[in-house]
Write a protein that binds this ligand. Structure first.
Ligand code: FAD
Length: 381
């Protein structure tokens, strides 16, 4: 992409991941003059597993028990976010390989089943459809599961998407609508002078009437530079993918007590993830794989779905997830006119397009379809 950044722009968006790209699309299609600046590191949107999550993830509940109340506060957004993805695919007449297959969270013993039963009760109380499936029924709907599995939680709204297809289609449409993307363009400073935001990029300074911080974990440093607290952090995570095989795994598969997600792409490869750790290495703190995660993640995959043990892993990679306080950070920063934050909550690929729509509506002066007050960036002071 052309590196000559404009002197002025209506709206500058820092971060060209899923939420920045969707925002650019939604604003550009309303005639707004938009430019996106991205440093080209491996963010979550290019690295993610393509799971469309609705039920609460056991991994999140184990790692961040203090954040579960916040997760629950935003739980109603997840089924809406999956429906939003489906509508977006239809609207763009694109193929994201989106399949609402349902998601199974499997249990291997009575304690794990009891955990799932309590989770089902909680989710239903919060309006999310889910149920416990006994072993016999599992044998019928998911014959690919191994003998260690004794039962599961089924959440019918869950599914999967191919992020490579979705990212490309969204970016292409945003460009067609007039949004400009500046890749390999890090932003190292922002400042406000009356109604103008100045964005210092590697290729020059851009002045913008409105500024959106959609930079994932990079949002914290940008906001802190002007005294606005946005407490997010980078979480490097590992991913694996196998060679292609015939139709095998229909659902999105997770585990009640161990970190794993598994699904099969349209072309037959099995994507194995679920939050095994990676690390940041080198002068650029690049997300880098850990051998223990490669082995542990794939071994667990083969334990749950034995046929996966027969497949070769053809690629593994690492990417940066963004963690916060358990829910999205979305909307205007009250103390700074013209400044907006767009950081989705946990399972941010699922939430990304809906979150972008809600922030775009605020920016366009429309009433958002959801109450954004629980997600306000101003909650941090
Ligand atoms: C390995 C992995 C697997 C995941 N799997 C799933 C999944 O299956 N389902 C799901 O729902 N979610 C998943 N997630 C989470 C999901 O990918 C993210 O929550 C989501 O993509 C976040 O989108 P985003 O646009 O907010 O941020 P990102 O995609 O991280 O984009 C932010 C962008 O901002 C750029 N940036 C940062 N600072 C600056 C700066 N100063 N100047 C310029 N650019 C900057 C970054 O380089 C990055 O490109 C996964 C995450 C990872 C890492």
């Amino acid at each position: 992409m052309d590196m000559d950044v404009p002197d002025t722009i209506g709206t500058a968006i820092i971060g060209g991941g899923l939420i920045g790209t969707c925002l650019a699309l939604f604003l550009a299609e309303e005639g707004r003059d938009v430019a996106v600046f991205d440093d080209g590191r491996v963010g979550g949107s290019t690295a993610n597993a393509g799971s469309l999550h609705v039920q609460m993830q056991s991994r999140f509940m184990r790692l961040y028990p203090d954040q579960v109340p916040a997760l629950e506060e935003g739980l109603h957004l997840y089924p809406k976010a999956v429906a939003f993805w489906r509508d977006l695919e239809a609207e763009l007449e694109a193929d994201f390989e989106l399949r609402m297959t349902g998601g199974l969270m499997v249990a291997e013993d009575a304690d794990q089943l009891a955990f799932l039963a309590a989770k089902v009760e909680r989710e239903r109380a919060l309006g999310v459809e889910s149920e416990i499936v006994e072993r016999d029924e599992l044998g019928r709907i998911a014959p690919y599961l191994g003998p260690a599995v004794v039962g599961a939680e089924l959440c019918p709204m869950e599914g999967k998407i191919n992020p490579l297809f979705a990212n490309a289609a969204l970016r292409r449409t945003a460009v067609e609508k007039g949004a400009a993307f500046f890749d390999r363009t890090p932003v190292d400073g922002i400042s406000r002078e009356r109604a103008w935001w100045h964005v210092n990029t590697l290729h020059g300074t851009v002045s913008a009437g409105a500024l959106v911080l959609a930079a994932g974990s990079g949002t914290k440093a940008l906001a802190a530079s002007i005294g606005v607290p946005v407490p997010v952090a980078a979480e490097p995570l590992h991913m694996n993918i196998t060679e292609a095989t015939g139709p095998l795994i229909t659902h999105l598969v997770q585990h009640a007590d161990r970190p794993i997600t598994m699904k099969q792409l349209g072309a037959g490869q099995v994507v194995i993830g679920g939050g095994w750790p990676a690390r940041q290495a080198g002068p650029m703190h690049h997300p880098t794989v850990e051998l223990e995660s490669l082995i542990g993640n794939v071994a667990l995959g083969g334990h749950i779905v034995p046929a996966v043990s027969e497949l070769n892993v053809i690629r593994c990679w690492a990417g940066l997830n963004t963690t916060g306080d358990g829910k999205g950070i979305l909307g205007a920063v009250e103390s700074e006119p013209g400044l907006f934050v767009a950081v989705p909550g946990d399972a941010g690929y699922t939430l990304g397009p809906l979150s972008a729509r809600l922030v775009a509506d605020v920016m366009l002066g429309r009433e958002a379809t959801e109450d954004l007050s629980p997600f306000s960036p101003s909650r941090f002071g």
